[in-house]
Design a protein around this ligand. Structure first.
Ligand code: HEM
Ligand code: HEM
Length: 187
């Protein structure tokens, strides 16, 4: 495949995509699910900008997926086969969810009878998608947004636990391959 990473590090572009999107997704999960878990004031803090941040995640994730399809990740350190398989399944579910989560939010917000503007921090509004409006029109994407949000949070917990286990228990380079700052061996 063209554009495979050289050495054992992800490319700089892949690293930047990973950490920017990870921060924005975790922020939106804390806002969205925070109503159930966090005190109201704290969830309100994370909630502000939810829609604008989510739309940014949508476009960044499409660009990231396009980049990923042309760039093979660096080789993994030695690990049991099942860990490689679970990792691949998690990563591809992530790619699906970081596109479908914001898309479903954009869809049900656009289908609502009382459309609330999708404001980018008061600077300008994102247009609504050209979908029919009605009391039940956004029901399916709304339900998806809720359940897929829990799935995304569970996958993120698994993914973070796996990364920390590789780094601190196995002491291999799984995490170092995607951390910024190390002298790059790749583009
Ligand atoms: C990274 C992308 C996104 C993530 C991870 C995310 C996550 C979540 C989660 C977990 C909830 C709580 C679901 C529930 O318990 O009902 C939620 C609610 C909500 N999200 Fe998102 N979201 C994202 C993008 C968007 C976008 C792009 C929009 C709209 C343009 C949006 C609009 C909303 C709205 C309006 C609610 C409240 C729904 C309600 O009141 O029932 N989200 N989001
Ligand atoms: C919700 C937030 C996150 C999302 C959506 C996410 C998504 C992803 C995806 C899609 C990949 C695969 C990249 C590829 O090969 O194409 C990946 C790799 C990786 N992520 Fe995350 N990530 C998140 C947060 C984190 C955090 C907080 C950590 C560290 C504690 C982390 C550590 C890693 C590591 C070590 C890899 C490389 C794994 C490998 O190559 O097998 N991620 N992440």
């Amino acid at each position: 495949m063209a554009g495979a990473a050289t050495g054992d590090r992800y490319t700089r572009v892949a690293i930047a995509f990973h950490w920017i999107i990870a921060a924005l997704v975790l922020w939106n999960l804390m806002g969205g699910l925070g109503g159930d878990i966090l005190p109201k004031s704290l969830s309100g803090f994370f909630w502000s900008g939810h829609k604008a941040i989510g739309i940014a995640v949508l476009f960044l994730s499409i660009a990231r997926l396009a980049w990923r399809l042309g760039h093979r990740p660096p080789p993994l350190p030695a690990m049991p086969r099942w860990q490689v398989v679970v990792g691949h399944i998690t990563h591809w579910l992530f790619y699906a969810l970081i596109i479908l989560m914001p898309l479903s939010g954009w869809l049900f917000t656009s289908a609502s009878m009382k459309r609330q503007p999708i404001s980018v921090f008061g600077l300008f509004d994102i247009p609504f998608l050209p979908v029919a409006q009605g009391p039940q029109a956004g029901a399916v994407p709304h339900a998806f947004h809720e359940y897929a949000g829990w799935l995304l949070a569970a996958l993120a917990a698994l993914h973070i636990a796996a990364a920390l286990k590789h780094h601190f228990v196995d002491r291999d380079r799984t995490l170092a391959r995607i951390l910024p700052g190390e002298e790059p061996k790749s583009r």
